[in-house]
Design a protein around this ligand. Structure first.
Ligand SMILES: [Zn+2]
Length: 417
């Protein structure tokens, strides 16, 4: 069990929040609580507060009203959806767009003739749904759902799960999408489908409709962000990359810096370690990116940081990286052979456990080395080495990752003890 305070939730990166938002929603749909109130223990989920857009913890229905953190009775999903169009099931614009999508799919040579069906029930063993448009496109069954404003996350996830279970691809489509200003807020329901599509959004508008008709092929407008700036381009439906989830993207999001760094580090690493001069360039990048202003690449070199990174990568992969050792036991024994690396023992041991490599730690030779190494003063998470480990492997230290960025010092010390 791990606690995530409201402050943590508000301070966390959007990508991390989206993970919690989806897990909490799925738990709610499955009636299997995943997050619980720290005071009353009732199940909670993590919506965004509509006015401020900030995420918060909200009790599921049935929570004790005397909980000091009680947040009122949540509306049920159907109630909210029903109210959106004053009880009417659908807006005229929605009806118009799905007919256009049907028309454009029909005119596209990649669509199997006769397969386009607009607004009819799809009935299967696991239930029924009424997709806006479905067809067999490029040999694969696909559903297009038009998303105009406020479809809620439980409905989004239910539909994704349903179509996924039926091996349908699913494209969420918006109309006349206008990106928010830099650092502005994306409507929650758009943010949800943005994550569904690997951080892309797809839209149609008068121009894409005209182009589609002209070319006899479905043309969309794809949106994505780079360094918080929205970008867009025209893309054909046939050019999209489909994920195993059944959703597509046009432009892959830039990998986080640490992943990109490790990819380049691995590329510069062979059986004899990490090559110079790439090694020096990469160590200098660590200093800049992790704001290690109190050191430089020379000092990192002296401190055997390259060996440490390769040792951690070996533990992560489950086999030696950057050496000719035969297995992890040899990697660990060799690593701790050098006395100047003894101060990293606590980190390495914790990392091995988190990576599921506890077996290697149990070898008698490793136990002996660790006992000697742990007798010296160990580097802590605030040390240069601690900051490098957390910066390069944030996913290995989950409680650090979801912690608030503004006061990380208050939850520090015992993270890899
Ligand atoms: Zn409570």
């Amino acid at each position: 069990m791990q606690s995530i305070s409201s402050e943590d939730l508000m301070g966390m990166h959007k990508d991390d929040y989206q993970v919690i938002r989806r897990l909490a929603t799925r738990a709610r749909l499955d009636h299997r609580p995943r997050y619980a109130c720290g005071l009353c223990g009732h199940a909670v989920y993590a919506p965004r507060e509509p006015r401020t857009g900030l995420p918060y913890w909200k009790h599921h229905p049935g929570a004790p009203e005397d909980c000091p953190w009680w947040t009122g009775v949540p509306s049920d999903v159907d109630g909210i959806s029903g109210r959106q169009f004053d009880g009417a099931q659908e807006s005229p614009l929605h009806a118009k767009i799905k007919n256009i999508v049907g028309e454009l799919l029909n005119a596209d040579a990649r669509t199997r003739p006769g397969s386009v069906i607009v607004d009819e029930y799809l009935v299967t063993d696991s239930g029924r749904r009424r997709p806006d448009v479905r067809a067999v496109y490029d040999g694969s069954p696909i559903v297009v759902e038009v998303q105009l404003a406020t479809t809620q996350i439980p409905i989004i996830i239910q539909r994704e799960d349903f179509y996924d279970s039926q091996a349908y691809r699913l494209l969420w489509l918006t109309w006349n999408f206008e990106p928010p200003p830099v650092d502005g807020r994306l409507l929650s329901s758009f943010e949800d489908i943005f994550y569904s599509h690997n951080k892309n959004l797809f839209a149609m508008d008068d121009e894409t409709v005209r182009l589609s008709r002209q070319e006899g092929e479905v043309v969309l407008r794809a949106f994505w962000t780079r360094d918080h700036v929205w970008m867009s381009k025209l893309v054909r439906l046939s050019e999209l990359y489909w994920l195993p989830s059944g959703r597509a993207f046009a432009v892959a999001p830039a990998p986080p810096w640490h992943e990109d760094f490790l990819t380049r580090w691995r590329a510069a690493t062979g059986d004899h370690g990490t090559r110079w001069p790439e090694r020096e360039t990469l160590l200098a990048e660590l200093v800049t990116k992790l704001s290690l202003g109190d050191t430089d690449s020379y000092a990192l070199e002296e401190a055997d940081i390259d060996s440490l990174i390769n040792c951690l990568l070996s533990l992560l992969d489950g086999h030696p990286v950057g050496s000719q050792q035969k297995n992890l036991v040899e990697v660990l024994n060799t690593f701790f052979y050098a006395g100047r690396r003894h101060r990293y023992a606590r980190l390495v041991r914790r990392f091995a456990e988190l990576a599921g490599r506890s077996e290697a730690l149990k070898a008698r030779s490793v136990q002996a080395k660790l006992a000697t190494a742990l007798a010296v003063r160990q580097d802590d998470p605030q040390s240069i080495i601690g900051r490098i480990a957390l910066g390069l492997f944030p996913d290995m230290f989950p409680s650090r990752r979801t912690g608030p960025r503004h006061n990380s010092s208050s939850i520090a010390s015992d993270q890899y003890t």
